[in-house]
Design a protein around this ligand. Sequence first.
Ligand SMILES: *Cc1c(COP(=O)(O)O)cnc(C)c1O
Length: 415
Amino acid sequence: MQKRPFVTRERLEAIAAEHPTPFYLYDEAEIRRRAAELNAAFAWNPGFKEYFAVKATPNPAILRVLAECGCGCDCATGVELLLADRAGVTGRDIMLSSNDTPDEDFRAADERGAIINLDGPDMVACLARALGGRVPRTVCCRVNPGGTFESSNGIIGSPADSKFGMTPAQLEAAFSELAALGVEEFGIHAFLASNTQVNDYYPRLARQLFEMAADLSARLGVHIGFVDLSGGIGVAYYPDDTPCDLAVIGEGVRRAYEDVLVPAGMGDVAVFSELGRWMLAPAGALVTRVIHEKVTYRDYLGVDACAANLMRPAIYDAYHHITVMGSEGAPCTRRYSVVGRLCENNDQFARDRLMPECHVGDLLFIHDAGAHGHSMGYNYNGALRSAELLLRTDGSVELIRRAETPADYLATLDV
Ligand SMILES: *Cc1c(COP(=O)(O)O)cnc(C)c1O
């Protein structure tokens, strides 16, 4: 399938005339479309809620759009809670899914009435200590069943190698302890595979967690209010990837729910998600301009963005499709390495990639950068993080984060 930018070359040039490249551009219409698709897939579950993984795209303007679509915020740190504040997201619309959590983050989450998700068995005591001996009415625990996680396509995750969560036995002990401390509503959370390209990840995970929920409810007499399937649904980064089908995924989870929870008399359990990548990646792009061409042993296009703006290719060797604006559909007659300015050879957005002929001055649209893109930015080599722009549904463009300046970079030296 051909990947198409969500703006035309003319529109993008007009935007770039006002906002110098590089910048991130997000498409509000696509964000709303995706949220609607997710909500429709889980409409069978009255309590369903997506808690958007704030770390994927930590911008309050984006979080506000998502909140208007019924999504809450999944935060991992106290600073991410401040972003939820900025977006006006409060109370049970916030999930603190953290790990290695400092006491002050438990307090900050509790002050906001957020749902707190505990990553380890020791966190029960830490939470009670942080809150002065009290526990919230609702607490979630993150379970890690160990082993490997298999889909119909084979092994897609390796929970036993993951630092996250507690063992099923520790989960049971934590629930007992929390119940004794006065917790009335429990949640179960797990995140066992990342960027999955299959439709049965959520359904298989759901069945496993629903069985655990029914078992714990029966044996401990605790009330399970929700099961949080967390993140992990992937997107089609390559043009030939088949995108996940949310309707199929939602239906698969419904079947597990009907098979396991309904017969256990637990037809009131809410299903939660914490998607980041699936919600936002295709709705955002890194826009950069070619500023140099150099032919040595390969043909290099030097652009004005670098790995400090989008580090996934550098650290994961991740593929991000690149459209040369104005050459959509043109034959790919050249092999280019698209590189940034960092003094690191891994600063390459593409290596030896077949692309249409390209020249200094051309705008490149780096696809699927809307999640885990700008947010993973860093300042190596004195590289500065770019602006973020939101293309509104009425066609206007809003600056939702300005570009960093050298003064921002130098500010922390003033001690
Ligand atoms: C990163 C993360 C997510 C989102 O993961 P995606 O792969 O972007 O869907 C959700 N929940 C938690 C706890 C996470 O750490």
